[in-house]
Design a protein. Sequence first.
Length: 253
Amino acid sequence: MRMLVRIILVCLFMLAGMVNAAMAAGSVVIEGPGDKFPHYLDMSVAPFIEDGTTLVPLRDIAEELGFQIAWDPNSSCISLQGNGKLVQMEIGSRIVLINSKAFEIDMAPRIKSERTMIPLQFVSGVLGYHVEYSDLWNNSENIFITPYSLISDAELLGINVLNFDEISDPGGSTVLKLRQDGITPGGIQLGSSIRDALHVYGVPRSPERSLNYSADWSGKLIYWGTFIPQSDGGIFWELTFDRGALIDLIVSG
């Protein structure tokens, strides 16, 4: 993949040009527990925005993430079970029970085209998955739902030549390498601790999708940015640590 430099140079112009452009209908990119890679989700009802809140079809997303769903038409109650959780809620109510403990979500579930629609916050706050938005690809706004954190478009667009050097890797691809005195848009620099990096960038895609790395951990954390499924379009971050301290950071794509 040789897209990195072109993407970073063009992204700012793309973003500026799209501020006033009409965005195409949004798609959902999702990775369930048994998936090797994310993919576009076929949805019975397209996501829509109401009062500034994005609503998505519950059954399409929950089943893709491995939850079992039960619906009681008499009480309008819905229960979901999976990922160590029992989730109970009612159409029209903002109160959700998670393992019998009450939580309040942004907007009550509602019915559209005979499908239950839930606020996107439900996916992260209740189901426990990470949600990211992107409008850098195909001139459309996409919603990413993944079991790990994605590097945000804002972080990518903040990369500049003052903090990164452009180099060629052994395979001939162009990559960006954090300078000795450089700093990422998120405030990470060489010497930063792994705990600081995890705090800024969240759960890595590999080697372990967790925040439970020891303070003296050595190895490489791999993060993905937003991307187009089943294509060579995407950005990848590789952070190398030695005994808990960042010694190298590479951005490739």
